[in-house]
Design a protein. Structure first.
Length: 424
């Protein structure tokens, strides 16, 4: 007999319901995994359960049981996908077979891939309706996951209206799903190491560039081959790690709201970062910010607190530190200079003067930002009510009422202009 500390107690405390697993880890192994994830909430629970752990440690276990640290007898530590398989199994994302095996060399089907990724992304599949694909009826085991992912634009079917859920998924198709489901950066700035292979898509190069896969060899990816269960686990875990590396998370609880409804990211340097809306533990709304390149961007979160709509603006600062990109957030109420369109009726504009309605002069010669069709655009730096006086090339002068006002759900002012009549 040999003493070892079971972590079944920890599984019972874990929100991810790891207690469904039947294998035994040592506490040291599990605690190290938690530390690597930076799960502060779980660390507190570990401390809170210390007494129970000490009690568990005093119980005798068989030597064979205690020394086993692998949930599946056919996934030894020497396998390159072992850590990924074990980590996903701990979280109840993937499972094995009744005989205690994982069968890592077996192929994974399109339906299975959809179910696993839907669970990893925390998608709410409780309210799906309708039949997206003719071969995925409501009675299908993976119906909810497949339909939800299709609704989110994460997966697609075949031209004949089918999805082929029981067909083994190809490696290139798995790459496409990963890029869409995890909203990975689409741009590719890497030399293709898989030249000569048919089926190397941009999605394949994206996951290669991000280090999610190195291929089946240094020069091959085997895009049209079926992906195995072991390979899929490794790619899924690596994708999640890429998302989480240096990522910053804004949780609904941080804001004091009940829900996060939407995020607006395309107003201020959208290429600096990527924002992904999801759910923590499949329940609490959150937004994950992933740094893409150095710079300053911005986004707006919209949500609800009770029946009231709430908004919060953030600046996103991304700086390079060594080989890593570091992202920090800055709350702000700023509004940025905003264009307003003046309907100049296709006439040539010679000059625009701008003043406040009380007569305070802003400029005798406002810069014209652009002309587009029958509109002339000028920039407003601050909110307020203005009078714009336009002198046309034909000598005519016309006055316009111009208004700019702050809005909560945008970095830009709401703005409009209306012709008043000839200048005095």
């Amino acid at each position: 007999m040999k003493n070892s500390c079971s972590i079944v107690f920890l599984f019972l405390e874990n929100k991810m319901k790891l207690y469904t697993l039947t294998y035994v880890y040592t506490a040291n192994k599990y605690i190290k995994t938690l530390k690597d994830r930076g799960d502060q909430t779980m660390k507190k629970k570990l401390l809170g359960g210390l007494c129970a752990l000490l009690l568990a440690c005093s119980l005798p276990l068989s030597a064979a049981h205690a020394e086993s640290s692998q949930p599946f007898k056919d996934v030894p530590p020497s396998k390159h996908f072992a850590d990924a398989v074990n980590e996903l199994a701990e979280r109840n994302i993937i499972g094995g077979y009744p005989d205690g095996t994982f069968k890592p060399g077996n192929s994974i089907t399109r339906g299975q891939a959809a179910a696993i990724i839907a669970k990893m992304r925390g998608l709410d599949t409780s309210d799906v309706k309708g039949q997206k694909f003719k071969d995925v009826p409501a009675s299908h085991g993976f119906y909810k996951a497949i339909v939800k992912m299709a609704e989110e634009g994460m997966i697609g079917g075949y031209p004949d209206g089918s999805f082929k859920p029981n067909e083994p998924i190809k490696r290139k198709n798995m790459a496409a799903i990963l890029v869409k489901a995890f909203d990975l950066p689409r741009s590719v700035d890497v030399k293709n190491p898989f030249k000569g292979e048919v089926g190397i898509t941009n999605d394949v190069l994206v996951i290669y560039q991000l280090g999610i896969t190195s291929g089946t060899s240094p020069t091959t990816f085997s895009p049209n081959a079926s992906i195995t269960r072991g390979q899929a686990a490794k790619m899924l875990a690596a994708t999640e790690q890429v998302m989480m590396k240096n990522a910053v998370t804004v949780e609904v609880g941080d804001l004091g709201w009940d829900t996060i409804e939407s995020i607006l990211t395309d107003e201020v340097n959208p290429g600096v970062f990527r924002a992904v809306k999801g759910k923590k533990d499949g329940m609490q709304d959150q937004v994950q910010l992933i740094p893409i390149k150095e710079g300053k961007g911005g986004f707006v979160i919209a949500g609800r607190a009770g029946n009231e709509w709430m908004y919060q603006k953030y600046y996103v600062h991304v700086k390079k530190e060594g080989s890593d990109l570091r992202l920090t957030l800055e709350k702000t109420d700023d509004s940025l200079p905003t264009e307003v369109a003046l309907n100049t009726k296709y006439k040539t504009v010679e000059n625009i003067a701008l003043a406040k309605v009380d007569g305070e002069k802003i400029s005798d010669n406002v810069k014209i930002e652009r002309n587009e069709y029958n509109f002339t655009y000028i920039m407003l730096e601050k909110p307020g009510d203005y009078i714009a006086t336009i002198r046309f090339a034909n000598g005519e002068e016309v006055r316009y009422s111009v208004t700019a006002f702050e809005v909560k759900d945008s970095f830009f002012y709401g703005a409009y202009a209306m012709e008043i009549g000839p200048a005095d």
